[in-house]
Design a protein around this ligand. Structure first.
Ligand SMILES: *Cc1c(COP(=O)(O)O)cnc(C)c1O
Length: 391
């Protein structure tokens, strides 16, 4: 226990620890309440189905959607695949052009790449220094052949928030479907499917203190009819869009996680923003020549991404001892390539390798932030000093 408590987890963009209240809500569905939600003939099945529908309501409420607009999946990767491939296949007759952004998550970029092998044309919009796309670039990219726009709400590396409501207006005006990957934003900042004008939106449980392996795709049912084809065929679960026996405990946990975020988000994101600003100030005061990546405004309250010229992020992280932060993004940590997101905002290869991402979360304290500041500052001073010594 003692050793555990000394470790500091500050990589909440990769995943979040489960909230004990979520685990408590899930437990009965891992034990006695084991029914198949599709077994309508008996009590066990109906009990599971009721739990799923309660969770569907909690999930919908967090994003101002209707319960029937929620399709449960295995996570945001699957939701992104379903949205992109499903909408592209279903709307092929209208055209075969998709518009997305260079800094999207791999689970958007790779389905786009797959679709391009199938004959779809994909435009990847560039971003500015702060990570924002230029709305006039978007408008210019849309043609009569465009069937789908996909832009993320919050970037998982640099925390940039894209102008989703404006993009939603443009998409509607042009009659183009609009998908948004909101995995980093839901539960952290207000996300309202009506206000944003999205047709499809992906998010998941494990980034909001829920279990891994469960997520949702929001599919608009109000007003325009959004056509999407399934990736997984079978029993016709989730209105035919995602066959397979429902992950009842996971879905119950997801619902509970959404409910907690809806109630506590306002106070909690203020607290996180305060901690993030303290971390940022502490690091900038302690070290010369740091570069904060992403814009100052329009960013996630819990994100800090800093480049430390002259030192390698991996060396810094090795020197931190027991502090979990990330160099680049978790999804890429197996690849030796520098972050394509950092390159897209204009960082050199060298500077990209000198970059650390801090992701604050619900269980971080001010004491932890102060410890991280001290350790980061001294680790980098040490590395910079050694370097000078070598010259
Ligand atoms: C984490 C993440 C995903 C993938 O979510 P999984 O549920 O882990 O598949 C997709 N998009 C963004 C922006 C993410 O941060």
């Amino acid at each position: 226990m003692k050793r555990l408590s000394k470790k500091i987890y500050m990589d909440n963009h990769a995943t979040t620890p489960m909230d004990p209240r979520v685990l408590k809500a899930m437990m009965p569905y891992l034990k006695g309440k084991f029914g198949n939600a599709a077994s309508g003939t008996h009590f066990f099945g109906r009990e599971a189905a009721e739990a799923v529908e309660r969770a569907r309501g909690q999930t919908a409420k967090l994003i101002n959607a209707e319960p029937r607009e929620i399709v449960f999946t295995s996570g945001a990767t699957e939701s992104n695949n379903l949205a992109l491939k499903g909408a592209a296949w279903a709307n092929k007759d209208k055209g075969a052009h998709i518009v997305t952004v260079a800094t999207e998550h791999k689970s958007v970029l790779d389905p786009c790449k797959r679709l391009s092998f199938e004959g779809f044309r994909v435009t990847y919009l560039p971003v500015k220094k702060d990570g924002m796309l230029d709305l006039s670039d978007l408008e210019k990219a849309i043609s009569a052949k465009t069937i789908l726009i996909s832009v993320m709400l919050a970037n998982n590396e640099i925390g940039t928030l894209q102008p989703i409501a404006e993009i939603g207006r443009i998409a509607r005006e042009k009659g183009v479907l609009f998908h948004c990957d909101a995995a980093q934003a839901v539960g952290k900042i207000p996300v309202d499917t009506e206000a944003l004008g999205v047709d499809l939106m992906s998010f998941n449980a494990h980034k909001i203190y829920g279990p891994k392996g469960v997520g949702a795709l929001y599919v608009r049912k109000r007003g325009s009819q959004v056509r999407v084809l399934p990736l997984v065929d079978g029993g016709g679960h989730e209105v035919g869009l995602r066959s397979g026996t429902l992950n009842v405990p996971g879905i119950v946990g997801f619902g509970k996680a959404c409910d907690i975020c809806r109630r506590e988000m306002k106070v909690e994101s203020k607290r996180l923003e305060g901690l993030r600003n303290r971390l940022s100030q502490g690091i900038l005061n302690g070290l010369s020549e740091c570069v904060v990546n992403g814009g100052e405004r329009n960013r996630l309250p819990n994100n800090l991404n800093v480049s430390f010229p002259g030192v390698r992020a991996d060396d810094v992280i090795k020197g931190l001892g027991g502090i979990a932060v990330s160099s680049g993004s978790a999804c890429l940590s197996t690849s030796p390539d520098s972050s394509y997101v950092l390159r897209a905002i204009g960082l050199s290869e060298d500077l990209a390798y000198s970059t650390i991402r801090f992701g604050l979360g619900r269980f971080n304290t001010q004491g932890e932030v102060d410890k991280v500041i001290r350790r980061v500052v001294s680790a980098i001073k040490r590395l910079r000093h050694t370097k000078v010594g070598h010259v």
